[in-house]
Design a protein around this ligand. Structure first.
Ligand SMILES: NC(=O)c1ccc[n+]([C@@H]2O[C@H](COP(=O)([O-])OP(=O)(O)OC[C@H]3O[C@@H](n4cnc5c(N)ncnc54)[C@H](OP(=O)(O)O)[C@@H]3O)[C@@H](O)[C@H]2O)c1
Length: 259
């Protein structure tokens, strides 16, 4: 498995939720972590915590949907630390659940953050990783990408694109020392997870509920391994099989579970 100690790791969306947990846990394992997000106040408190665990760690205010700026920040990190060994493309947005967003701009905004920023980050760090035959990229997807339900057309589409991009690219990097992963976290009570509940999503069943700690520890255990998908709630990966075999019953089940 991948040796986190001594590595240089970049985590996007590090100001809260899963990204904050990934940053803290990697710093605790001895990685030099650089956490990126937009909210400066939250990054400042994360910065203090990760520096206590790993003194060369830091944070950078960066809106990853500004892909030019994101690529430049990755270049600066590479220049300062000599390399990037791990990139966790975790930053993500979900438009408010409810009516189908009528405005194309919403779909573009979600794609810019969830998909194009992930592509930009991945393509920026990949050449260096391939040259060194060493690296891990974890792209954070969602079960909404492989088994979409109602009220998440923009979000689900962006995560489906992210998953397909990562899986396809993983064939091209196979055997070259660079490991690409797609993370499916299940449902986690972060700001994004609880906002969905507040907007009317029913509480997901226990078997797909996970904590930030559980997801982060799983990522640490699996990164660098042969499996592309990291499934925090493995039961969820059966959904596409159910859809293929029993499409009518599957749709009924999704409607019932998401009403
Ligand atoms: N919670 C769940 O149940 C669940 C399930 C499946 C997948 N996920 C995925 O997990 C990832 C993390 O989400 P979370 O659940 O931890 O929710 P969260 O607490 O709301 O975290 C989202 C993070 O993304 C950052 N972010 C959003 N837009 C950004 C941008 N343009 N540039 C830089 N950072 C940006 C936010 O920071 P700033 O606002 O400070 O920029 C925040 O740190 C997301 O990709 C989400 O889709 C979550």
């Amino acid at each position: 498995m991948f040796e986190v100690r001594g590595s240089v790791a970049v985590v996007t969306g590090a100001s809260s939720g899963l990204g904050r947990r990934f940053a803290l846990d990697m710093a605790a394992r001895g990685a030099t972590v650089v956490g990126l997000a937009r909210r400066q106040d939250l990054l400042a408190s994360l910065g203090e915590e990760i520096r206590r665990l790993s003194p060369r760690s830091s944070t950078v205010v960066c809106d990853v949907s500004d892909t030019g700026r994101f690529i430049a920040v990755l270049g600066d990190i590479d220049a300062e630390h000599g390399r990037i060994d791990v990139l966790v493309n975790n930053a993500g947005v979900g438009p408010p659940r409810g009516e189908v967003p009528p405005d194309l701009a919403v779909y573009r905004m979600v794609m810019e953050t969830n998909y194009f920023a992930t592509v930009a980050g991945t393509l920026a760090v990949l050449p260096g990783m391939l040259e060194r035959h060493h690296g891990v990229i974890v792209n954070v997807s969602s079960d909404s990408g492989r088994a979409p339900g109602p009220h998440e057309a923009a979000y689900g589409a962006s995560k489906a694109a992210l998953s397909a991009f990562t899986e396809s690219l993983s064939f091209d990097t196979e055997g070259r020392g660079v490991h690409l992963h797609v993370l499916y976290p299940g449902w986690v009570p972060t700001a994004m997870g609880t906002e969905a509940l507040d907007a009317g999503m029913p509480m997901p069943p226990k078997m797909v509920r996970r904590t930030e700690e559980q997801v982060s520890q799983l990522v640490l255990a699996r990164m660098g391994g042969a499996k592309v998908d990291i499934d925090a709630a493995p039961i969820a990966k059966l959904a596409p099989i159910g859809r293929a075999l029993f499409p009518g019953a599957y749709r009924k089940g999704v409607r019932k579970a998401t009403r």
